[in-house]
Write a protein that binds this ligand. Sequence first.
Ligand SMILES: *Cc1c(COP(=O)(O)O)cnc(C)c1O
Length: 456
Amino acid sequence: MAKTIPYKIYLEEQEMPKSWYNLRADMKNKPAPLINPGTHQPMTAEELGGVFCADLVAQELDNDTREFEIPQEILDFYRMYRPSPLVRAYCLEKALGTPAKIYYKFEGNNTSGSHKLNSAIAQAYYAKKQGLKGVTTETGAGQWGTALSMACAYLGLDCKVYMVKVSYEQKPFRREVMRTYGASVTPSPSMETEVGRRILEAHPGTNGSLGCAISEAVEKAVSTEGYRYVLGSVLNQVLLHQSVIGLEAKIAMDKYDIHPDIIIGCAGGGSNLGGLIAPFMGEKLRGEADYRFIAVEPASCPSFTRGKYAFDFCDTGMVCPLAKMYTLGSDFIPSPNHAGGLRYHGMSPVLSQLYHDGYMEAISVPQTEVFTAAEQFARSEGILPAPESSHAIKAAMDEAIKCRETGEEKTILFGLTGTGYFDLYAYESFHDGRMTDYIPTDEDIARSLSKLPKVD
Ligand SMILES: *Cc1c(COP(=O)(O)O)cnc(C)c1O
């Protein structure tokens, strides 16, 4: 007899994942390695070890180990806010009048307000284990910086955050949360680093960008004894840690014999999407099951849908290694879209390879449509979604509406990555009718792509 599906599916303690799943182990075409911008040779563990913690370098370079045991200290931390709820969106289904079954995995149930805490605690743990004093990072919208501050406070590590200047000024409350957790927060570009001074000289009065803040954070880490740099998305290691999202979702769905037909996630650097789809994509790669995967990006920063698959810098200051990814060019400055977490010029090399090989689809959506969907979701399901997450909501609703038209009872799973409590200026501009849909022209994109590094 079919079991009744509850509104929320939780996992018992003993059902929780004990290992992260490394999707790369099941990929026939592995993602391209990070390469040294000077020599164009793959970065060695030794070179990477100057920037990142040793254990994280090992995870970054490992394309073969399928499972990584989650250390007990991290499991203990996860227990404080995981499992994240897997919710059946009965009310949204009803509001849409769709026969589709919609599920979402909600990662906004912790103080940092997003999925980023899953990797922040892991990265801080390995830094601590190595005996380091602290870590540096950048934050755009503030979610990553907040998550890392929480993790560092828990483990007693220093945390130095370079926050994109425009966010620093527009999101003072995010800044205060980070300071509450003991982090030091510097608006970027700053005069504290050589690259910051160089960028300020070239672009006085700049609002900053994620790529620029990354350059500053890396420089600070490599020039300060006992510090390493940590990054909240894009990297292989981050996708590995975020696999906990997909693993929990799969265990919960398997319990009730639920098979999602379509799995949807918003894509900034690709970490939540890569984590959510990981075990499902693994089955697809091994030929055990089939799913449709959809990456949703903002029309203002369309890396997958309008970018180029090429080696590019991860940062504006060009101090980082090159990654092969779908990119708009490290010089691309996206318009001030409100989904700050999705304003990154590149995309995870793992997801880029999968997309390139045809395992995944991608679409882009303009932000006013995203907020229209966000509002409808909030009114039906109660949760105030983050603008980033609302890209996935929009795509899930569109798929559900297609089902209403065709009568198909598809099962849709999407990642609801965070809450929108720190995004009320964005909601305000939407409600006041001031929100616009800036979409870059082909010329804009061609201009930044023309500056891609030449790698054969
Ligand atoms: C950072 C962020 C994202 C985008 O990052 P990914 O690495 O692509 O997952 C999406 N949603 C929220 C709430 C975020 O904070």
